[in-house]
Each structure stands twice: as structure tokens, then as C-alpha cells.
Design a binder for this molecule. Structure first.
Ligand code: 13P
Length: 341
């Protein structure tokens, strides 16, 4: 099984492939759908995810799709989503955390809900039997005056460790995500410090549990200033800071790192990913790819707008985004942009 988990991890982000994060909870879907006037019902969420995953050709650029529990058990024309994805050569990744709650009553800091671990063995067994090969658990760390605190970072890291241990035991590759979110007015040094501590504590938690680090994927953020901060950094500066941090803190056994897009624009998501994969920088042991939600979806969702006649156009946009980030994941964003843009 050990060898196999490493292969599963590598395959999902094999060169030129990345992950589509389509695992918004019904609450998050409410926000995204509201912006474009779509009623947030289970059927509409299914139709939207079905529209995206049935896009012709995406298997060339997408190695895995992250699903929420609700979507995992839904069907496309009578075929369960995981089986459909498998028929396209795409791995199913299941989000298993149960969302966030305030950390020790804090107004600002959050911790992933411990309840996500309750009964997780049984749930993982069900997901595996029904086609999942990887899982995801997200921790959210916010930056502001006096936070994130070390205590909050450790609490989140311990939960990531507990989850990853169980996922591996169930034969599922864990995607371990300590995300430092970019909302706010702070410089890149603050993001660096928070992200570095998150990585350090997360790998300590994984090591403490004896987890084989070549059986996981790390999902994390680029080191950027907060969204409201000026001036922005160039893609080269972001790449330098981010890679410098990884070289210090991410063990070389880890097969790959998949970036989230967070509050980045589509252009930034492509440029930063391409910059970390420029040939003069890739003296690193990890595959550096994408696990994007908003950067893959926002334009496609807008184009669809819940109208059947727009479905094709929405799929074309989704496919083009996947192609662009695929090119960026091998350091060729500029070229792809010219060809398909
Ligand atoms: P974004 O790319 O929209 O940040 O979503 C990725 C994700 O799955 C966060 O857990």
C-alpha cells in the first residue's frame, strides 16, 4: 500500500496536471451562487458540478477533483460522480473536514472543527469503497494584529496530523492544507512568518505521528501581501519568497505541493504558479502544481448563470482555465496565454 499511496499522490499532480477544487460547502456555494443569481439548491449544485466535470478534454490538465460529501454521493445521468470521474481518468478527492469554528472563543482566529474526526474511520471506509483515492482537510489561519498565535497554529496542525494519520490508515492520500488567508492589510513578511510557522508545526505534527511524508500532498498558499496591501509583489518576488520558505521547511520526501488560489486573480494564479516553475528555479525536489477553486471556476460560473444555452460557453472557459494553469505548472504560462487567450 505504501508504494501505492506515493504513486496516487504523484499521479494526481503529474507534470501538466493539477487539481480542481469543486468542494465548496453548501454555505460557501450560497455566496458564490448569490453573486450570479443562482438559487442555491442541491440540484443546482449538482448540475453546476456536473457541467464542470463533463467538460470535454479536461482530463488532459486535471488529475483530480475535490468533492464535498454532498456531491460525492450525487450522480450524473445515473452514474455516481466518482465513477464518472474514474471513467475519465480523473481521481476523486473527498473533503473530510467539517469546516471551521472560533479558536477558544476568539473573534478572529479559527480552528478546523474537531467533530470532523468523529466517526471518520467509517466515513473514510465508505469513501474508499465508493471510489475516492485521496482526501482533503483544510485549516484556516488569518493574519492581523497579534495573530495568528502559535497556540492556534499548533491546534490546527495537531488536527491536520490526526486527520492525515487516519486517512493514510484507510489507504487514502491526505492533502494536508494549512492555509494562510490573504484577506487584509499586511505585507508579505507577515504572510511569510505565519506560513512558515504553519508549515513547521504541521510537519512536526506529521512526524510526531510517524507519518510517511512521501504519502501526502501539501496544499498551501503563495507568499503574497494581504489583498488590500500596496504595492503588490511581482511574480518573481512571490516565487522567490515562496520557494525560499519551502526549501527551509518542506521535507524533500513530500512528493508535491499544490497551491490554492485564495483571493488571487486568475492572472496572478497563473503567473505565480508559472514563476515557481521557471526552469532556472526548479532545483527543488517537489512537483509544484495547482489545486484551484475560485481561479478555475469564477469566470465559468459567471458565464453559465444557470442558463442551459450558456453551458457550452461555460465549459469552454473552464477548459481554457485548466489549460492555462496546466501550462503554468510546467513554467509555460506566457506561451499558453498567447495560444489560447
Ligand atoms: P481556492 O483556490 O478558491 O482558494 O480553493 C481551493 C481550496 O480548495 C481551498 O481549500
Amino acid at each position: 500500500m505504501g508504494e501505492n499511496l506515493n504513486q496516487v499522490a504523484r499521479a494526481v499532480i503529474a507534470p501538466g496536471k493539477g487539481i480542481a477544487a469543486l468542494d465548496e460547502s453548501p454555505n460557501t456555494a450560497e455566496k458564490r451562487f448569490k453573486e450570479v443569481g443562482i438559487p442555491n439548491t442541491p440540484e443546482n449544485r449538482r448540475d453546476y458540478r456536473a457541467l464542470l466535470v463533463t467538460t470535454p478534454g479536461i482530463e488532459r490538465h486535471i488529475g483530480g477533483v475535490i468533492l464535498h460529501d454532498e456531491t460525492f454521493w450525487q450522480e450524473i445521468d445515473g452514474v455516481p460522480l466518482p465513477a464518472y470521474l474514474l471513467s475519465r481518468g480523473i481521481s476523486t478527492i473527498i473533503k473530510v473536514d467539517a469546516g471551521l469554528e472560533p479558536f477558544e472563543g476568539s473573534q478572529t482566529e479559527k480552528v478546523t472543527k474537531r467533530t470532523g474526526l468523529e466517526g471518520i474511520e467509517e466515513r473514510l471506509g465508505g469513501y474508499r469503497e465508493n471510489g475516492a483515492t485521496l482526501t482533503k482537510w483544510r485549516a484556516e489561519l488569518n493574519v492581523g494584529e497579534g495573530f495568528p498565535t502559535e497556540r492556534c497554529i499548533i491546534a490546527n496542525a495537531e488536527l491536520l496530523g490526526d486527520y492525515a494519520e487516519r486517512s493514510i490508515k484507510a489507504g487514502l492520500v491526505p492533502i494536508v492544507e494549512p492555509e494562510v488567508v490573504s484577506h487584509g492589510l499586511f505585507d508579505a513578511r507577515r504572510t511569510y512568518d505565519a506560513s512558515a510557522m504553519a508549515l513547521e508545526k504541521t510537519f512536526t505534527a506529521l512526524r510526531d505521528r510517524g507519518i510517511e511524508l512521501n504519502h501526502i500532498i501539501l496544499k498551501t498558499n503563495f507568499v503574497t501581501p494581504g489583498e488590500k496591501y500596496q504595492p503588490k509583489l511581482s511574480a518573481e518576488e512571490v516565487a522567490e519568497l515562496t520557494l525560499g520558505m519551502f526549501k527551509e521547511l518542506v521535507p524533500k520526501e513530500v512528493p508535491g505541493i499544490a497551491f490554492l488560489s485564495g483571493g488571487l486573480s486568475d492572472g496572478e494564479s497563473a503567473a505565480f504558479l508559472s514563476a515557481v516553475n521557471q526552469s532556472d528555479r526548479i532545483d527543488v525536489p517537489w512537483i509544484l502544481s495547482f489545486s484551484y477553486g475560485r481561479a478555475l471556476q469564477r469566470e465559468a460560473l459567471k458565464a453559465w448563470g444557470w442558463k442551459a444555452e450558456n453551458a457550452r460557453r461555460a465549459q469552454e472557459i473552464f477548459a481554457r482555465k485548466a489549460e492555462i494553469y496546466s501550462a503554468a505548472s510546467v513554467g509555460r504560462y506566457g506561451i499558453a496565454q498567447l495560444r489560447v487567450g
